[in-house]
Design a protein around this ligand. Structure first.
Ligand code: 5CA
Ligand code: ZN
Length: 411
């Protein structure tokens, strides 16, 4: 698929520090040690509805990872998928009487517009599940050849306990895994499975549903987890630097992906860091398409709200926190954006090298964007209240905020 348009990233003096990130598998903050290039895979949307602020917050967190790596002098190879065939998409298309392909194209186009407006760096490869079916079928064939699969009424399952490392990402007890599997697209109660946690690799064609040639598999469509395992291995290989997504993906999605990739490659770990963004909610509940408590990026844009302010509103929260959106978030951010723009439009300001250092240091510390934002706030307050004599200071702050936080302060 075509990714979206890349924003400009101004060059900054010097290089940023080593990026440290919380790794869900290790349960601690550890230094990233990116290879050449740094490799990152982030789980993208299932395009049956527009992107809401929770999706945007998650994609922004990984945008900060990419920007911090670039600032550290690394080339970044970033891949994001689009789950453009899955139950929720087919169900929504059927409910609304629209073609599932048209719905997926429409919502994927809208995501591109939202991400462009929010100045999110695009992935190098933006990859749909449908266009990847041959890759996914090949991965399933290799899992079958490894003897870790079995069939239930024509559907193919992955025997999760065939991977010795199964459980190493989420560290959850079995009752919790069973409950989450049931809530998040699994089928723990299906009769005929060898273990309730075993996950679907290939679902044979159902009447009225789309299906594809599966080679030696019956015609059908891929399961969710193997989609990301196959796409990530195809475009990035194993031992990647970061596997990312929201915290709702720790289990089962990233657990299954890691186990499948382990069996497929014989190598561990699939990712050196498993990085998860907190859940953004509205009215105290996780924002989700099924709950219908959504604020869409595209809807705020249509109301004329400034995307730079939306971005600042999201950055005011730590990426790992769970939090609830309120209209105040955007109003506070609009006021902040206005002040920041006023300060950088002055011909001079207080010296600002500590702003660059501070923003770099806070972002390198597990993406502490709220602290980075307050470093800028302090300089802006000093500039607006007392002025300054350094003619290069406003430009350096503007470049810092643009390159590292992705907020353009041009009027
Ligand atoms: N297509 C799969 C991933 S392979 C999927 O989870 N799609 S999604 O549309 O439901 O979510 C897209 C991304 O946004 C995922 O990384 C997901 O973890 C994240 N996400 C979903 N809901 C929220 C939320 N309320 N807050 C923060 N992030 C969220
Ligand atoms: Zn995924």
């Amino acid at each position: 698929m075509q990714p979206w348009t890349a924003p400009d990233v101004p060059a900054l003096p010097g290089t940023g520090p080593v990026l440290r990130l919380y790794d869900s598998a290790a349960r601690s903050v550890r230094a990233t040690a990116p290879g050449t290039p740094a490799r990152m895979y982030v789980c993208g949307i299932t395009p049956y509805d527009a992107a809401h602020l929770g999706h945007a917050a998650t994609f922004l967190a990984f945008d900060l990872v990419g920007r911090a790596w670039l600032d550290g002098g690394h080339e970044v190879h970033y891949v994001q998928n689009v789950t453009d065939v899955d139950d929720p998409l087919l169900e929504r298309a059927a409910r609304d009487g629209v073609d599932w392909r048209e719905l997926a194209d429409l919502e994927t186009d809208l995501l591109r517009e939202d991400m462009t407006a929010l100045r999110v760096l695009p992935p190098r490869h933006f990859v749909g599940a449908v266009e990847s079916i041959p890759t996914i079928v090949d991965a399933i064939d290799r899992l079958r050849a490894a003897g870790v699969t079995y069939e239930v009424d024509g559907d193919t399952y992955f025997a999760v306990h065939s991977d010795q490392r199964f459980g190493a990402i989420g560290h959850l007890d079995e009752p919790t895994m069973l409950a989450l599997s049931g809530e998040r697209g699994g089928d723990p109660g299906r009769p005929g499975k060898k273990h309730p946690l075993d996950c679907l690799l290939w679902q044979s064609a159902r009447p009225g549903e789309p299906s594809w040639d599966g080679g030696t598999l019956p015609p059908g469509r891929p399961g969710w987890h193997v989609e990301c395992a196959a796409i990530a291995l195809e475009h990035l290989g194993t031992g990647i630097d970061v596997q990312g997504g929201g915290s709702d993906l720790v289990f089962p999605h990233h657990e299954m992906t890691a186990s499948e990739a382990h069996v497929l490659t014989g190598e561990w770990p699939f990712a050196h860091h498993y990085v998860h963004a907190g859940m953004v909610g509205l009215g105290g509940e996780k924002m989700s398409k099924s709950r219908g408590n959504l604020v869409f990026v595209s809807q705020l844009r249509a109301e004329g709200r400034n995307p730079a302010a939306m971005r600042l509103a999201l950055l005011a929260h730590h990426y790992r926190d769970d939090w609830s959106w309120t209209p105040d978030d955007l109003e506070t951010a609009e006021t902040r954006l206005h002040r920041w723009r006023s300060a950088v439009s002055l011909p001079a300001g207080p010296a600002s090298h500590h702003v660059l250092d501070g923003v770099r240091r806070h972002l390198a510390d597990d993406l502490d964007a709220p602290s980075a934002v307050s470093v800028v706030d302090k300089w802006v307050a000093a500039s607006l209240e007392a002025g300054g004599t350094d003619p290069s200071a406003p430009g350096l702050v503007a470049d810092t905020v643009d390159a590292l936080l992705g907020v353009c302060l041009d009027p």
